[in-house]
Unconditional design. Sequence first.
Length: 232
Amino acid sequence: MKLNADDRLFVLTGAGISAESGLATFRGSGGLWNGHRVEEVATPEAWQANPELVWRFYSMRRRDAMAAEPNAGHKALAAIEQKLGERFYLCTQNVDDLHERAGSKRVHHMHGTLFQSRCERCAVPFADKGIYESADTLPLCEKCGHAVRPHIVWFGEIPLDMDGIYRELERATVVLVVGTSGSVYPAAGFVGIANQRGIRTIYVGPEEPLNADAFDEIVLGTAAEMLPRFAS
Ligand SMILES: [Zn+2]
């Protein structure tokens, strides 16, 4: 992948790049946690039915993410951003903070972030690394006393700032998709828009995606293997 001096890069990252750092993502088929299907712990209905179970799940994920380290793929994207500056935009489906810890600044977490929470009523996200694993320690809003939930986009909820994502997508000249099949919406829609607008599309992943035909270039390999080549 060669970038020209005036290229504007839109990057979409998904589960694959976090998995390379040892983090399970629980989205997709067969995701199980302690015998619970992910739909039982990552939906508004689950939250209504059993907030303690939901907080145990996200407390465990906070712990796992804190113990994980960014890999060479995360670091390569941070290095590319260093060169491109404001002509770089990273949209991630991942809720961990490995991109930030690798040095990325222009990161949008479309599915929310593990290390923020928000009051159900006040709805303003705030930084939170708390571990809440029993009914009597579940967090309550300091202002209004309502329940505080993870700042995560659950199944059935709308991804964050889709308008901003489309704005960045439409002015990009190159779209790079990493570690996500790109065949599931909304990611598949991003590639479709890029194609309509004649934006160059590149896929990086260990296996050919289902919608391989939609990409101009397919680079087979892991993010940690392949992205450092783009950064040099
Ligand atoms: Zn509140």
